[in-house]
Design a protein around this ligand. Structure first.
Ligand code: COA
Length: 181
């Protein structure tokens, strides 16, 4: 086995960098992503929204999902409390984190990569012992995403109205000896 060559069957995460901005803009303009992430944005809008994610100080972090040496998707995680702008105003747990994600290529949907991406994000976030739970908030009619998150161990908790519209709040709590999940 060539140890220098990434394993093409294992999904890994690398930090999102400012140099990924063109790639991210291209992805966000793809119809299968714009359908759920909002109308295709301009490059300037993407820069405004996502440049902070490349900073280590930001409470929102970006990730590129890699399959072997190939970039196949994007994820972001955020500290829920204090999100601002009308988001998650009832949250009082400083250990709560949220995630959002997509796969870059329409022909790679429904093959299990999304579940692998979500599991990788969960594993990464729970490496921080202060993280208590992780949430995600698909649209109520995004059945594929909801099923994917269930497979990754999330449970639908409630229907909520966010600044982006109706959503299903799904939660995954940290496993404890009493409650393995
Ligand atoms: C959401 C997303 C990350 C999921 O990744 P994925 O690789 O497609 O999902 P997976 O293959 O891991 O799992 C999808 C599951 O949903 C099922 N599914 C697909 N379409 C479905 C539908 N219309 N209704 C119900 N289930 C559906 C699949 O059969 C599969 O379940 P199974 O393995 O039990 O058969 C990916 O589809 C994506 O990027 N979509 C576009 C952007 C988006 O919706 N992002 C999420 C915003 S919250």
């Amino acid at each position: 086995m060539d140890l220098d060559k990434p394993d093409a069957t294992v999904l890994t995460l690398r930090p999102f960098a400012a140099s990924d901005m063109r790639l991210l803009h291209d992805w966000l303009c793809r119809p299968h992503i714009a359908q759920w992430w909002g109308a295709a944005p301009s490059y300037a809008e993407v820069e405004d929204d996502f440049l902070p994610l490349s900073s280590p100080e930001s409470s929102i972090k970006g990730y590129i999902a890699m399959l072997g040496g190939r970039a196949i998707g994007f994820g972001q995680s955020y500290v829920v409390i204090g999100s601002g702008e009308g988001w998650w105003e009832d949250e009082d747990d400083p250990g709560a984190r949220g995630i959002d994600q997509f796969l870059a290529n329409a022909e790679e949907l429904n093959k299990g990569f999304g579940t692998a991406l979500v599991r990788a994000l969960v594993e990464h976030l729970f490496e921080d012992p202060s993280v208590t739970k992780i949430q995600t908030d698909p649209a109520p009619d995004n059945d594929r995403a909801i099923r994917c998150y269930e497979k990754a161990g999330f449970v639908a908790y409630s229907e909520v109205v966010t600044p982006d519209g109706a959503a299903v709040l799904m939660l995954r709590r940290r496993a404890t000896p009493d409650q393995p999940r």
